[in-house]
Design a protein around this ligand. Structure first.
Ligand SMILES: Cc1cc2nc3c(=O)[nH]c(=O)nc-3n(C[C@H](O)[C@H](O)[C@H](O)COP(=O)(O)OP(=O)(O)OC[C@H]3O[C@@H](n4cnc5c(N)ncnc54)[C@H](O)[C@@H]3O)c2cc1C
Length: 410
């Protein structure tokens, strides 16, 4: 049987190796000059290839369509991913949050291992060639059309990725292929993406650890996280913000603008409740009654945040601590517990770590990844409307869905 795979990224390479190992004639079409460009930049160049968790925890970290992933992840789980790469000779280690990395800390080792697996198994990788569409006859795949010619085949696997970090090759080509074949595509938008916010002037580069962050839309908290965040020139980013952007995906429109009035509330002292924070303020105030409120705040937060807290609590920073009333102290505490920045939308879509949206999974068999509309047409990886949080879960989606095709055709 002949299979043509569009895309030599994480999912395409694993699928290519598996199908070639099973004895199929496999051609991989990759539009870039080399394979695995996105894989290369994953995990800040270290590649967090999976998460050493059980399947239940994996599914809890899938944001869109976790049920769809059920069968394929039980078929090829995070521990199978670990076993697979170790069998290819890549030594792995587990870090904070069960994140799995190569011991070498080099994503290039994962790319090389996958490329070697595909080519040694007999797959033929054709670089600098772009897959354009699939031709069908009587509801089955007949050939794949590229910008260089046509490949008669029994199976086409679309592994073209999403739409973000487009310089790595993900430009959404798979959606066009899917649509032309009759599939529904949920509009792709960026996920795990920085947010645009107002009032962040002078804060760019400031990083906050151990803060609580809540995205509030029309007065309702739609995503709450605890951890690390940072300010950018245009808004906010960092782990908790990226996670909130994905969890709150439905509160942004297709262009990334917020639906409704959105505010990011930062709790600068999540370990203190109203009472203990007030006691702390009283202590700071009475230890330096003659100093300015502004200076007192420096003991509680990074200097550059003090003007925001003063502004939001409506207090003159030059006021002496001894002149601060109980009501004013409460206003300061309120601003410390919920420092607010108006969020206007997602930052540039290309900055998203993943794509939300994609090929509608109700038209795909979750056991095999085969289209329910066209026989022999498969979709794997990020092109599908499935995405997860950070921690190695997105690459696990790529690997589990790729293996589902291999199992189906072996
Ligand atoms: C900065 C960054 C860091 C990340 N870090 C992590 C991480 O540490 N852990 C994690 O789990 N996930 C991470 N991800 C997400 C992860 O990289 C993706 O989810 C994963 O690569 C998706 O695999 P894929 O095979 O579906 O697509 P890709 O890996 O994007 O591969 C798609 C391939 O298809 C090719 N292609 C596209 N269109 C065509 C066409 N028409 N014809 C031929 N070829 C085509 C592309 O050139 C590309 O090579 C990160 C993403 C980014 C952007």
């Amino acid at each position: 049987m002949r299979a043509v795979i569009a895309g030599a990224g994480a999912s395409g390479l694993l699928c290519a190796g598996g199908l070639a190992e099973a004895g199929h004639d496999v051609v991989v079409i990759e539009k870039n000059e080399r394979v695995g460009k996105k894989l290369f930049i994953t995990g800040k160049g270290r590649c967090n290839l999976t998460n050493a968790c059980d399947v239940r925890v994996f599914l809890e970290n899938v944001v869109s369509n976790p049920k769809f992933m059920n069968s394929s992840v039980y078929g090829f789980s995070p521990s199978d991913t670990v076993g697979f790469f170790e069998s290819l000779g890549v030594k792995l280690k587990v870090e904070r949050g069960n994140r799995v990395f190569p011991v070498s800390d080099k994503s290039g080792d994962i790319v090389k291992a996958l490329e070697r697996y595909a080519t040694r198994s007999g797959a033929n990788i054709r670089l600098n060639e772009r897959a354009i569409s699939v031709k069908t006859e009587n509801g089955r795949v007949e050939s794949v059309v590229t910008d260089r010619g046509e490949y008669p085949c029994d199976v086409m696997v679309v592994a073209t990725g999403g739409v973000t970090y487009s310089s790595t090759g993900s430009t959404g080509d798979g959606y066009a292929i899917a649509k032309k074949a009759g599939h529904t595509v949920k509009p792709p938008t960026a996920g795990l993406v920085p947010l645009l916010a107002k009032g962040v002037d002078g804060l760019a580069g400031l990083s906050l650890k151990n803060v609580g962050v809540s995205l509030v839309v029309d007065g309702k908290s739609v995503a709450s996280q605890f951890g690390e965040m940072l300010f950018t020139h245009t808004g906010v980013s960092g782990p908790v913000v990226l996670t909130a952007s994905s969890l709150a995906g439905k509160y942004f429109d297709e262009k990334g603008a917020t639906k409704g009035k959105a505010v990011l509330e930062i709790d600068l002292k999540p370990a203190l409740n109203a009472e203990t924070l007030d006691a702390r303020l009283v202590r700071e105030i009475s230890s330096a009654p003659k100093s300015a409120v502004r200076t007192m705040l420096f003991t509680l937060m990074p200097k550059s945040l003090a003007p925001c807290v003063l502004n939001q609590s409506g207090i003159d920073g030059d006021k002496k601590c001894c002149d601060v009333s109980k009501k004013e102290r409460e206003s300061i505490a309120k601003a410390i517990k919920a420092l607010s920045f108006v969020v206007t939308g997602k930052d540039r879509a290309d900055l998203g770590i993943i794509t939300q949206g994609g090929v509608d999974v109700s038209e795909i068999d979750p056991k095999t990844m085969e289209s329910r509309l066209v026989g022999g047409l498969y979709f794997i990886g990020e092109v599908l409307d499935v995405d997860a949080l950070t921690g190695g879960f997105n690459l696990q989606i790529a690997f589990s869905t790729a293996k589902a095709v291999v199992r189906d055709l072996s």
